[in-house]
Structure formats: structure tokens, C-alpha cells
Design a protein around this ligand. Sequence first.
Ligand code: TRP
Ligand code: SF4
Length: 404
Amino acid sequence: MSAPAAARRVLSGMRPTGRLHLGNYHGALRNWVELQYQYECFFFVADWHMLTTGYDDTSRLQEQIRDVLIDWLAAGLNPGVATLFIQSQVPEHAELHLLLSMITPLGWLERVPSFKDQQEQLKEKDLATYGFLGYPLLQSADILIYRAAYVPVGEDQVAHVELTRETARRFNHLYGREPDFEEKAERAVKSLGGRNTTAYRQLRRKFQETGDTQSLERARALVQSNNRITVADRERLLGFLEGTGVTILPEPQVLLTTTPKVPGLDGRKMSKSYGNTIGLREEPDSVVKKLRAMQTDPARVRRTDPGDPEKCPVWDLHKIYSDEATRAWVNEGCRTAGIGCLDCKQKVIDKVVEEVTGMRRRAQEFEENPELVRGIVAEGADKAREAARQTLDEVRRAMHLRAD
Ligand code: TRP
Ligand code: SF4
């Protein structure tokens, strides 16, 4: 059986922290919704990751998983297009994690910035555990098992994708060697046929001589879109491009999301731990109340005091929700005290209420029918497992854990 072209596969995960807020939506989820129409997407709830820090109380885990899933669906993730699943329902991730753990130097994990940072931040918890140290490697397994090309994540996760790339490189280096690799690769180049053979050679030479990554990308696409060659030859051709060996686990790239700053009600970044959030499915009345009380430019004490939008978190919301004309109106009105803060906020309130109302409407059928959600993730896990198994087969074969 031939592995699916993974060149345009996207994978990302989210911990089941419970109901999501507008910061999560504008910071990540909204981007996922767009990506699902451009790539083959796998999105999963990282319940095992939750255990790496929250092992001491798992009593609400099921509820938190369900809430996150409903938020995803409410935000527009479409199970007809993207594969949505729960990590622990695809135990293949754990096998790859185990195998990768054999080749991962401890120092790589100890040097991941979040290792020390989180231990500092969560001082009351004992995070000197095996699972916590290894969680970035579990993340590597999450990514590599789908041979994902792109991983949409925020700045804080970039180091984890970098670790994933190093791990893939090390794996390919250790297990991607064949004694007669060059010969086999040359034969595979010929089997591409005619124009493709020529194009592959040209692109490979260009990349190797000038380091032109566009040529590399084009050559990869050429290999991946060819479905007449065998899986083994495809891996050889991918590996041959960079002159190494067989590429069993391709290196993923970060798809850095350019996300707007989403301020919380107190002006700090919107975050559950600050208690300054607006929920994705928050009741409209509560949205109105919260936004009316939101922090503004402290210099505007009275209605007649002019303000400066750059010093006001409400302005950051206008950048997300308001059109050009409204923003010009705010800018002018705020600086001249021509408008009051409540007038200014009302424009944002209208938009946020509209947004959460849509979310609530879409969430309703899933809230009423939990089995609908269960069905979606059961189907998603089946699809994910199928893709994961194909990679694991290759991995087991490369490591001589299979006889054939
Ligand atoms: N570690 C990520 C976070 O805490 C979640 C995650 C787990 C993830 N596995 C992943 C993200 C794989 C991207 C790819 O947010
Ligand atoms: Fe902020 Fe708007 Fe008030 Fe200016 S008018 S301080 S931008 S809320």
C-alpha cells in the first residue's frame, strides 16, 4: 500500500484545559479553521499532554475534553474536512514516543526552555517526573507519526518543533541507511520517468549547489505527487534530495500563526490563569457586562479627558473586530474626547456578541447530543490510526523490529 502524500499535511494539538476563550480563538483556532480548507489537517485533543502536568487530578478530564471539542466545532472546525480526534484514542503515538525515547539524548530534553520555565511557574507541583521531562518528545511523536509537513503553533511551541526536527534527523541518520543507497536512489530517479526525471535532477542540483529551498520544496512536491513509485522509492528520493539516506520521518516546519494580541479584561494578555477571559460560548449578557467594565486608558478618568488608544486594551479589540472607518472614528474621538469610552466599547460589544452568538448557535446541537461528538472523534481516531499505522510500519521495519 502506498503512503498518502504528506507534503501538505498539517498537524496540531491542544490540551484539554476546559472551555476556550476568545484568546484561544483568535490566537489559534481561527487559523485552524482556515487551514482545514488548504491542507489535509489532523487536529487532536492532547489529553496525555494534560497528564504531564495535571496528573494529580484527572477527575474532570472527560468534561474538559468534551468542552474543547464542542468549542472546536462551534468555531467552525469541520469534521467532514479535517480529522478531529483524541490523542489517547490513538495509542500509536505512545509506541513512537517509546521508540524515539531510545535515541533521544537527555540533554536535548533538559535544554527545552519550557522544561525549566514550567517547573518555575508551577512550583507547588512536583514536575521532576519522567513524563514531564519527556513531554516535548511525546509532542515530536505526535507530529512525526503523521509525517506532518506543517505544525501551526504559537511562539511558545517553536522549540518543541525544533526538537522534533532534530529527532527526525537523528532517526533518519540512524535507521535510514542502506548499503546500496546511492544506486537504489539513482534507479528511483529513473523510475520517475521522462520529464520528471529531468526536473528532479535539476531541482536537486540547484538545491545542493545553492541551498535554494524553493527548489527543494518543488522537488519534494514532485516526488510526493507521483503515485506510481513505491513507498520505499519515495523515501529514497526524498532522502536523496538532501544527500542523506532514506527519509523515514520527514522534518516538519512551524507554521507560525500571525496572531493579533488579544487583551483580557484587565489589559493583560487574555489567559485563563489571569481570570480575565471572555468565553467562546459566553452568554451575551455577560459579554456586555464584562466589556463595559473593561480597563481603558487610565488617563481618561472623566468623559472630557482625552485618551490615547495606544494605551488602551479596548483598542486592541478594535484591531480585531472593527473596520477601517470605525477605527478612524475611535482614534479621532478618543484623542479629542469627542466620544465616551462606552460609545467606543459598544462597537466592540456588538461584534463580540455577534461572534459568541454564532458560536452558541453552532454549539447547541453538540451540547444536546453528546453522542454526536463521540461519533465524530471515533471516526477521527479511525482515520488517524490508519495514517499512524503506516508510519509505524515503516519505523518498525527500519529499526528491524519486523521480520519482513
Ligand atoms: N504542547 C502543545 C501545547 O501545550 C500541545 C501539543 C501537543 C501539540 N502535541 C502537539 C501542538 C503537536 C502541536 C503539535 O499547547
Ligand atoms: Fe479606550 Fe475607546 Fe476609551 Fe479611547 S475611547 S480610552 S480607545 S475605550
